[in-house]
Design a protein around this ligand. Structure first.
Ligand code: SF4
Ligand code: SF4
Length: 217
């Protein structure tokens, strides 16, 4: 955070949408807020024949078809759109569902600032993170404040950094035992810190990138 303040022309995007806190330290001036939405299916009762092809297609178990109705689990839906394609009756349409908010503005030095916030109870952070990443300026340097861990939200930010011409994912590890999972490909916190540039894969063999620990049975 101090780096961003001292470096007046560096943009800052808070992609840690489950607990954004950059605004506390950087005190940006927010100029716009908007809802982040995702498409989810809705079934037309007049067209549906209850044969269940939509539910068979869904790999996320977000649709259950019953003899006289359906149950849609919006929180499980990945918004892939496949169920509407699988329905031969054309009975599925999509509606927009709110999952988070995005705030944008400027840092005290004038550089761009954006922050996403996932709504309480929502499970899928990546759609909100993608909206934040859209705010990245096309030139200059940008700090992407990533979620912790090694799950999909974190990888979405790492991929965005790697896709940038000057992207440098900087991994800051915590002490051993606090967050590292067995089998994780992240660097061992007990070893020297490492910076992994987007154009260079982690080296193999001895060094700060050890082989994954064996999984316990
Ligand atoms: S595939 Fe279409 S018609 Fe068949 S159960 Fe699903 S919504 Fe109804
Ligand atoms: S959009 Fe995709 S994930 Fe959502 S209910 Fe349809 S098939 Fe399942």
């Amino acid at each position: 955070m101090d780096v961003a303040l001292a470096w007046g022309d560096v943009a800052y995007l808070d992609c840690d949408v489950e607990g954004p806190n950059g605004h506390i330290f950087l005190e940006p001036r927010i100029t716009e807020t908007r809802e982040v939405t995702v498409p989810v299916p809705r079934v037309d009762t007049g067209l549906c024949r209850h044969h269940g092809r939509c539910a068979e297609f869904c790999r996320y178990n977000a649709i259950a078809v019953l003899p006289t109705g359906w149950v849609l689990f919006d929180e499980l839906c990945a918004s892939c759109g496949g169920c509407s394609l699988a329905c031969p009756e054309g009975a599925i349409r999509e509606v927009r569902r709110r999952v988070g908010t995005l705030a944008r503005g400027t840092l005290p030095g004038g550089a761009p600032f954006a922050e996403g916030a996932l709504h309480t109870g929502e499970a899928r952070a990546v759609p909100v993170i993608r909206e934040v990443l859209r705010e990245a300026p096309t030139d200059g340097d940008t700090i992407l404040d990533s979620p912790p861990g090694a799950s999909c939200p974190t990888l979405a930010v790492v991929e965005a950094a790697e896709g940038h011409a000057r992207g440098v994912p900087l991994i800051v590890s915590r002490p051993p035992g606090s967050t590292r999972r067995q089998g994780s490909s992240w660097p061992d916190p007990a070893r020297p810190r490492a910076v992994w540039t987007g154009s260079r894969p982690p080296p193999r063999g001895p060094g700060p990138w050890p082989a994954p620990a064996p999984r316990s049975t």
